[in-house]
Write a protein that binds this ligand. Sequence first.
Ligand SMILES: Cc1cc2nc3c(=O)[nH]c(=O)nc-3n(C[C@H](O)[C@H](O)[C@H](O)COP(=O)(O)OP(=O)(O)OC[C@H]3O[C@@H](n4cnc5c(N)ncnc54)[C@H](O)[C@@H]3O)c2cc1C
Length: 497
Amino acid sequence: MSSPPRVMTASKERFFLELEPPTEELRGKPHVVIVGGGFAGVKACKSFKGADVRITLIDKRNFNLFQPLLYQVATGLVSRGDVATPLRQLVGAQRNVQVLLGEVTEIQPDAKEITFNGKAMAYDYLILATGSGSTFFGHEDWRGIAPPMKILEHAEEIRRRVLMALEQAEQTADPQERRFLQTVVIVGGGPAGCELAGALSELMRKAMARDFRQLDPTTARIIVVDPGDRVLRAMPEECSTAAASELEAMGVELFFHGRVQSIVPGEVLVGTPEGDHKIEAANVFWTAGVRASHLGRKLAESTGCEVDRGGRVLVQSDFSIPNHPEIRIVGDLCSYKHTRDGKPLPGMAGPATQMGGWVAKDIRATLEGRQHKPFVWFDFGSMAVLSRLGAVADLRGIKLSGKPAWLLWAIAHLAFMPDEENRVSLLIKWLWAIVSQQRSSLLLTGMPSQHVGLEGGSAPFPMGLNNEPSIADVGGTMAQAIENFRESEQETANTHS
Ligand SMILES: Cc1cc2nc3c(=O)[nH]c(=O)nc-3n(C[C@H](O)[C@H](O)[C@H](O)COP(=O)(O)OP(=O)(O)OC[C@H]3O[C@@H](n4cnc5c(N)ncnc54)[C@H](O)[C@@H]3O)c2cc1C
């Protein structure tokens, strides 16, 4: 680490860090670049506190997102500010850290450089923590019809679509069409799908029950479609059974052994061993597939390292890749198989946080000429919340359900939440929801479905914020869904007459 950190330029323009290093004392210190300010990246950053290094934390968003609570944004329980914290607020005060907003697009491992915002920056150590996104398994055309739930804008889009459908239902004279507008299909019976289903049922059947005149909340249908034979397959069977009973008690329909064949506005075709099954629903949401950030494949192209089918980088026991001890990959982007049973660690917040912390300590130890103990993952267990006061949890073999599991879930999530202010606001909103059954964040704002394109990068908004659409314009998918539903009704009527 003798050479001072270099900052290169891709164009003639000189990058400002070269001219103005964050503080003079950091000039010449080993430069650690962390890409991604999620669970893993922020933990790594914080674990370098007081270390004799210069850290640059780069993220394409200026905030850290607490993804496990996205379903609460999607169902109006909390708002965006409750689950996202500006990165500068989280680590900006740490003297050896500079936070930069930008999307890293290239990695040049031989030159030890990354490219972001069209510029190149040199590193001595690179920690890649860019997480994962959603995949539609080759059916990208479904994305706009069935939004996933991976980023803040997705959650808000889901909420907007649900609220719009209910508003439409309130103004619809035809009871069949009202029922259609109150039907939601959720693809995927994992934790995200189950949590969304439970929360949507509470929202559509209870929280909004007294607020509508024409609409009957008890006729709302929430259907979870999954190819397996139980929900929450990553958890023990007892938890799945408890979760299924809790969901069914809330009116959620579970459709097992079903593989989605096609999605068009207003209709999902599900293949089952008995044949295809058509479900008419105004809204479809997708929680079925995860793919690692594309930087994993970029790294594989330039270094020859291996990635698995999901795009995760197969890492060595210290999270590096062959021939590049200075590059570490952590969180959802890596596949870490150096476990007792050889199974890769799950793509969850707990492992991501532990990996980020360990890698930072390992780099510190290397720089200080010390030995560092091997990485051992501590499995705290897993849990999923299903209703206002109901959850399931598996804590290292101890299985809980109902209120005790919910209490545990609440404590764990508040403890994990990186921002103190958000902890307080979440607690207040949860308590309020428990006593009042009301939701605090049900405003219909924003644009129609353009947000769903955001995840892939910096897709431009098709409409500027000033170009506000009228209510009639909002939701091209919804309008199409209703049209398709009416056509299908007409066809059925014609067949019967
Ligand atoms: C709906 C949902 C519910 C979940 N519920 C749970 C749960 O209950 N419990 C649990 O343990 N886990 C849960 N998870 C999983 C958990 O959120 C992830 O495992 C965790 O966020 C992974 O952390 P990470 O640091 O690897 O990535 P992330 O937290 O995803 O952070 C990645 C960061 O990298 C940034 N980034 C991406 N690409 C670039 C780029 N090219 N340039 C610059 N920055 C970039 C992103 O903006 C982001 O800030 C859930 C996930 C979802 C989507």
